[in-house]
Write a protein of this length. Structure first.
Length: 268
């Protein structure tokens, strides 16, 4: 098909040049240049979804349930520590050294101790029964997330979600956000029993879409796990640094997923 046929077909079907469908044809037929990669390996938490806000909101709700006499300031500090996990329990979970609920119990106990709250392990179920629904109802996409996914798909790039979260938590997030069907390829820490930065999860993600690692680009907010680890696994990688802290030791590749199409083109 040459450009005259393409414009003619679009006009015949009543489509204006520049609509999504025509843009898709333009990319598929090479008018917008070759596809910059075969696969996009996308992190989920704090890349597509604002997980930090959801964790903090849910932790405050659960703290109010378990420690009703605590002050708002104490619950907020508990939530900040529960999210930031300074003792590294989540990392131990992703390394396969802790099970999910062991990890969560340790995070609660450590965060409570750090802010002077008395934690009674028998209250774990009560904590979860407040935390889990609050976490589910706090799920939000970052506004730039789905437009970036759609831009990649219009280019014919296969998308895989690669997250260090658990399988049940990830399923819940995608279901609440109404995109379970939209992402058939999802790799969690439960898939292989380990998470990023283990190279096996990157290799597995590429294998799901039948793409060679060197033809895939990983994108995520965690420099060691999403960028350095992906590069070590033979992939290209873009670091999403939404806050511009530069903590990864190199300038951010992108500050927003709005910049993703251009960054993919430049990363060729
Ligand atoms: Mg992340």
């Amino acid at each position: 098909m040459d450009i005259t046929d393409l414009v003619g077909s679009a006009l015949k079907q009543g489509m204006a040049w520049g609509t999504d469908t025509v843009r898709q044809w333009r990319r598929r037929t090479g008018f917008d240049g070759p596809r910059p990669c075969d696969g996009l390996i996308l992190d989920v938490d704090d890349t597509l979804i604002d997980t930090e806000s959801a964790i903090r909101a849910a932790a405050q709700t659960a703290a109010l349930e378990v420690w009703p006499q605590s002050t708002t300031a104490t619950r907020e500090r508990f939530a900040v520590l529960f999210h930031s996990d300074p003792h590294g329990y989540f990392t131990r979970y992703t390394e396969g050294r802790l099970r999910f609920h062991e990890m969560r119990k340790l995070r609660i106990a450590a965060s409570a101790a750090d802010v002077g709250l008395v934690w009674e392990p028998r209250r774990y179920r009560r904590f979860c029964s407040a935390y889990d629904p609050a976490f589910a109802s706090a799920q939000r996409f970052h506004p730039d997330a789905m437009p970036a996914v759609e831009a990649a798909e219009r280019w014919g790039i296969a998308v895989v979600l690669l997250t260090n979260s658990s399988n049940p938590a990830t399923r819940m997030k995608l279901q609440v956000l109404g995109v379970s069907e939209r992402f058939p390829h999802v790799v969690t820490t439960d898939t292989l029993g380990v998470g990023k930065p283990d190279p096996r999860v990157f290799e597995h993600a590429c294998g799901l879409i039948g793409a060679a690692p060197e033809l895939c680009v990983a994108v995520g907010d965690n420099y060691p796990n999403d960028v350095a680890a992906a590069r070590a696994a033979g992939m290209r990688a873009l670091w999403l640094d939404r806050t511009g802290t530069g903590a990864g030791g190199e300038p951010p590749s992108i500050r927003s997923l709005d910049e993703l199409p251009e960054a993919l083109r430049a990363a060729q």
